[in-house]
Design a protein around this ligand. Structure first.
Ligand SMILES: [Zn+2]
Ligand SMILES: [Zn+2]
Length: 260
């Protein structure tokens, strides 16, 4: 796929084929905005107006304290708290004001970083739809993803069915591609849970097999995709054939299938 400014992040984000690509997108944007808000944008009045108004969710404020310095975080929080005193809490005690409480509720459920990430996710998803619809190399890359998580399946299908989404003629086709990835993800979790619960002796034997260097080298040579391809194939196999699956539980996206 020829790279343009818009497609560069899409190519980069879908290239690793490690976990859900949309989770990767979201993490990248969260990191960028947490750095931006505590860095370059700290003294930017238009950004401060927004951060004062919306505040931050717990997750993103924690992230900001990790990536940003103490001073910018303290200044951002101070001006946000001053705005809460001015706008959301009554000057004098008395009967609680319903409207003011509604406004406070809205503010508490809003987050500057969440809003920016949501907006950019929709923009990036529009690029994914456009690149997928071209039927070029990107479609193959999309189909080769290990999985799409349930949350992003829902988000992507909602966006794909809406304005600026996938053309309605192509929507069933796009849905089929995404659904296959989400189902694979869920089936892998089920297999992983079964393995977690299987008898210790058998698991121990598999673990020893996994530890065997020649086995590992063999599978490393063939690549991680083997696991996902084999799992997809295994769904079609007749029952009765002995199938053993080992999964490295430390990383969901790494695993191998052994068929004896
Ligand atoms: Zn995801
Ligand atoms: Zn947030």
């Amino acid at each position: 796929m020829k790279e343009t400014i818009v497609t560069i992040p899409i190519n980069d984000l879908f290239a690793p084929k490690d976990g859900c690509p949309l989770c990767r997108m979201e993490r990248m944007l969260e990191q960028q905005y947490c750095e931006f808000v505590t860095g370059d944008a700290m003294m930017e009045p238009s950004v401060r107006v927004e951060t004062n108004k919306k505040g931050f969710c717990h997750r993103h404020f924690s992230r900001m304290t990790q990536v940003g310095q103490k001073l910018p975080n303290a200044l951002i929080l101070e001006s946000h708290l001053i705005e809460i005193l001015d706008k959301h809490l009554p000057k004098k005690p008395g009967k609680p004001d319903k409207k003011a409480l509604e406004g406070l509720g809205e503010m508490l459920s809003s987050c500057y970083v969440c809003d920016r990430v949501d907006r950019d996710m929709h923009h990036l998803m529009a690029t994914v739809f456009a690149e997928w619809a071209k039927d070029g190399a990107f479609r193959k890359t999309f189909q080769e993803q290990p999985y799409i998580c349930l949350n992003h399946y829902r988000l992507m299908m909602t966006a794909a069915s809406g304005k600026g989404g996938v053309p309605s003629k192509r929507l069933p086709e796009f849905h089929a591609d995404a659904l296959a990835l989400t189902k694979t993800g869920i089936k892998c979790v089920i297999v992983q849970l079964k393995m977690e619960n299987c008898a210790g002796g058998r698991r121990g034997r598999l673990h020893r097999l996994w530890r065997c260097s020649s086995f590992q080298n063999y599978h490393q040579r063939r690549g991680r995709r083997l696991f996902w391809q084999s799992l997809a194939r295994s769904q079609k196999r007749k029952r009765g054939r002995r199938l053993t699956i080992t999964i490295d539980v430390s990383n969901f996206s790494q695993g191998h299938v052994v068929i004896w």
